[in-house]
Write a protein of this length. Structure first.
Length: 258
């Protein structure tokens, strides 16, 4: 991925989460589940019971159904900042969500980590597979991702796609897996190394974006002296190291029936 493509991808992802005006002001934080786990003070599954907006923040009341990291509480109140890059819970009242939470120790307040790492429970299966396997997840490697179906005009999430074959291979090894009912593919305890990940899409799907997560190997030989990616450059590789997790989410569109 050349520099221009990387910028375009980053802005596209930020636009999906926060809108076009906010995209330039935001930058992405950790993307893999193990990185998000390390960063969070508290991780919960809970129902958003109430959101009370004010000029600079939201007060968000969450009834906790399950605690995956941190102190076990029945309820938590978030003092959620309302900058252009912070999670907006306005449309999530009544929804069950997986929320990664930080704590401002000086102010003794909690807030949802942002941007783009929390989500409604039906979209967070990949994270939950890893979190529900704790503490063993911390001692294992995993390569994983999802196949996400979006529609154009407006660009909008429809569902994660089940039953898609995914090839994972290196110079020495090759694996073939299929996305499950939640659209997730995953390989636990995969040998350490650098892997290419490639979905085998049926004819009705058109590939759109690839969202790489974790350590990426993109050799300097892929670029010319001006920093532009060469036309014959090799694909980026997911670099799986000890106790790490990484992978690629693939965004696809469906061909029009017209």
């Amino acid at each position: 991925m050349d520099n221009r493509a990387l910028v375009k991808l980053s802005l596209t992802l930020l636009t999906l989460a926060f809108g076009a005006e906010s995209a330039l002001a935001c930058s992405y934080g950790p993307s893999t589940t193990c990185e998000k786990y390390a960063r969070a003070d508290l991780i919960v599954v809970g129902k958003i019971e109430r959101v009370e907006p004010s000029q600079s923040e939201q007060t968000v009341v969450i009834r906790i159904e399950k605690t995956l990291k941190g102190q076990k509480l029945k309820q938590i109140v978030l003092n959620q900042p309302q900058s252009t890059c912070d999670w907006d819970f306005s449309d999530d009242v009544g929804e069950t969500m997986l929320v990664y939470i930080g704590r401002d120790k000086k102010a003794k307040q909690y807030f949802a980590l942002s941007p783009g790492i929390n989500g409604r429970i039906e979209r967070m299966s990949e994270d939950l597979y890893w979190l529900n396997n704790l503490p063993m997840s911390l001692k294992r490697t995993r390569l994983s991702g999802t196949i996400k179906l979006y529609k154009d005009e407006p660009f909008e999430f429809i569902k994660n796609v089940a039953g898609i074959k995914v090839r994972v291979f290196s110079d020495k090894r090759s694996f073939e897996i299929v996305t499950d009912k939640n659209g997730v593919y995953q390989l636990w305890d995969i040998p350490l190394g650098r892997y290419q990940v490639q979905p085998v899409l049926p004819p009705e799907f058109i590939p759109d974006l690839e969202m790489e997560k974790g350590l990426i190997y993109d050799p300097k030989s892929n670029y010319d002296s001006f920093g532009i990616r060469k036309p014959d450059a090799k694909p980026d590789l997911i670099d799986i190291q000890q106790n790490s997790c990484g992978g690629i989410d693939f965004v696809v569109n469906q061909k029009s029936s017209l």
